[in-house]
Write a protein that binds this ligand. Sequence first.
Ligand code: HAM
Length: 424
Amino acid sequence: MAHTLQAIRGMNDILPTDTPLWAGIETIMRNLLNRYGYQEMRVPLLESTELFKRSIGEVTDIVEKEMYTFNDRNGDSLTLRPEATAGFVRAGIQHGLLHNQTQRLWCMGPMFRYEKPQKGRSRQFHQLNVEAFGLTGPDIDAEMIGLTARLWRELGLTGVHLQLNSLGSAESRSAYRDHLIHYFEKHYEQLDADSRNRLYRNPLRILDSKNPQMAELIAAAPLLIDHIDAASASHFEDLRARLDQVGIPYTLNPRLVRGLDYYNRTVFEWVGDHLGAQNTFCGGGRYDGLVAHLGGRSTPGIGFAIGLERLVLIAAASGLDKLSAHSPQAYLIMVGSRAEQQGMALAERLRDQLPRLRLTINCGGGSLKNQFKRADRSGAHYALVLGDDELASGKIGVKPLRHTEPQHALAEAALVDLLRQIST
Ligand code: HAM
């Protein structure tokens, strides 16, 4: 017997019972971004492998272990995007959107990382990615964080917290790098294989090791925030004052370094109480050097990404039911081929007149009893009935399904009035 085909491990189907929550959240996000003046830009799922190596960094978990990389038929190395920032910068340079301009952009879609699947972690996952280019000051940092805070409020999320840090400039980071190497050299025996491998290549990445046996050693390591340059420190102070002013609480987390190499200055993450081990559901920061690093003219950037799977988990745990599935308001039952023909036309007239009406028509025939069962299962409030009697009288049968009123017959105009009342 042939085996049943299954989805690839870590690549999840999002079933119709869940899509209303996803779609509801997506609508709220799109509206909010529109209100803040952000524009949508869509970039490809596939990019050259080189792009991700150069932007995310060669010595990172993503590039070393997690990318879906393959050669295409032409022998070119391509990678399914593990994140969207690199693609945005590539597209921005390619289309001349960045130099001497201000851009506020977003995209939504799937990302791919070969990680170990667990709650809140999959191999295909979805992000809302938001980026701003051409702005150096802390005002845009505050705007971005404010936008996320408003989004959680509008979604009614509970148990979410902001963590903040500054990574300083590239130069101050390189001085810090030396301190870090010195510190970890002194404790070389305690380093795991990954960390030994990274010690001289990218010691900062040791700090986001997920190995619990490394936790104590990492906790005692020198802090980056103690080594940042004066300009970055004042940028950070200004950002904090702005957050205080608009009343967005945060925790300073000097251990927050993010897992990608392109960041400088402000970095932030939102963590959720409802999530368990994978508790970061939104993360981002500044990347003022990335555009120049990828060959464009120097342009500052800042952005963040929200992990939608994790956001949906928090939304569900916060009791977000107002976005739940919408059943049809009416289900049209048609008995006989003449009724089916006339019913289709009736349904189209109702849809013309009542653009908000959710109407399902019965397809696939069936007895009256059978169709009533389907109408009931659909969750509709009313069954509309077209059979021989109704065709003869020129009226439509109306049977409330959620209380015990008897069926009655209405002329089409009266039916439109009734449905108008329930479909606003
Ligand atoms: P990231 O921290 O790698 O940042 O990912 C952002 C978010 O994507 C995470 O906080 C998490 O919610 C979600 N995420 C990541 N990996 C997975 C996974 N395997 N399964 C489910 N969710 C996941 C970035 O990607 C940066 N590009 C963000 C950014 C934009 N920075 C500046 N601009």
